[in-house]
Design a binder for this molecule. Sequence first.
Ligand code: ZN
Length: 413
Amino acid sequence: MTKAFDLVITGGDVVDPGSGLSGKLDIGVKEGKIAAVEAGIDASTAARVIDASGRYVTPGLIDLHTHVYWGSTFWGIEPDPVAARSGCTTWLDVGSSGGYSFPGLRRHIVETSKAKVFVLLNLSSIGLIGPSWELANPDYWDIELAQTIVEANRDVIIGIKARIDSSTTRGVGVAPLAKARELADRVGLPLMTHIGGGPPTIEEVIPHLRPGDILTHCFTGNSMRIIDDNRKILPEIKALKEAGLIFDIGHGTGSFSYDTAEAMLEQGYLPDVISTDIHQMAIQGPAFDMPTTMSKFLNLGLTLEQVIERSTAAPAAAMRRTDVGSLAVGQAADIALFTIEEGEYTFQDVRMNERKGSKLLRNTLTIIDGEELERVELPDLQPWAVLPAHQRGKVIPLTEVPAKPAAPLLDNR
Ligand SMILES: [Zn+2]
C-alpha cells in the first residue's frame, strides 16, 4: 500500500519564525516536498521515520554570503560536504564568478551540487579567480556582458556583487561601485556591496546604496565600518537601514568585529541576516560555518528564534525567493536538525578578540528535497589556504575543520 508520507520527522521542536511555525510539531514529507506540519502525525503512515526528540527542527539554513566556485577561484570550497554537517541547504555564492566565468560555475557547481546554489554575479568579468584586484582594471567593468549573462540566467543569478575596499579597487576609488549600481538598476536586481578597509571611505560608498540592497560585512571593524569613533551608527547608514538596506554579517576571516557588533546591538540594530563568508580560509575558523556564526549571536543575546529567522526567512527575502527557507506545506523539504549544547565556549572575532558563551548550536542532520545528506570527511584545502598571520595557530576549535593544506605556502598577505 502506498504510504501517505515518504518520511515523517517526529517529536522535534519546530523553529520556523518566518512561517509562524513553532513547538512540538511533526513534519510529513512526500515527493521531496513538505506535505504536512502538525502535531501527532501517525508514524505508520510513513515509509520512513526520523525521531527528532531533543532536537530543534528548522528550515534548511540559507547562507547569504558564500564562495563555492571550487577549483576555479582562490576562495571556493565545495558546498555539499559542509552542507551535510551544518544544516545549510541553500548557498548564495557572492561574486566568485563574473561574466567570463559564470558559465563554469553554473555547469560545474550549481548543476552538480545537492545544495541549492544561487549566484550574485560579480561586476568584474573575471570574478574572484585571484584573491584581490578584480575591480582594479576598468577593462573588466563590462556591464554589457554582465547584463547579457544575467538575462540568460535569471533562474540562478539573483543579484550583483561588488567588493569595494583597498585590496579590490587599487586607486580607482568608488568608480566600479557606480558601475555596479548601474548594472543592478539595469537588470532590476539587488546589489551586494562589500566594505572593509579603505580607501575608499564609507562616506564615498553610501550614495551608491539603495533600499533592498545588501550591505555585507556590516559589522566590520575596519576603516569603512558603519559606526563612528564614538561607536555611534553613521546617520546616513541609519537612514538607509530604516528605508530597507539589508545588514548582512559575512563573517569571513576579516569582517566580523565584536566591538562593532556590540555597539550596533547596544543601539538596537540587529543584523538582518547572519552569514559566514565561508571560503578556503574562513572554514578553518574563527567563522567556521553557519552554526558557529549563529552561536555567536545566540551568546550576544539574540533568541534562538531571532537567530533562525536571520538564517532562513530573512536571507530568502533578501534573495527575493519564496521557494527556500520555510517549512510551510508545499515548500521543498529542506530541513535541518540541531541541538544546543551547553558548556563553556570561547568564541573569537577576526582580530581574535574573545567572548565567552554557554551555548553552541550543532547540526545533527541535514535534508535536501526530502533526502538526508550523508556526512563525509571534509576535503583537503588548497595549498594557499593559509589563515592571516595573526590568526594562524590561534583559532580555538569549535567544530571539525577540514584537513590542512597539504603543502601550505607562507602567507605573505
Ligand atoms: Zn566574501
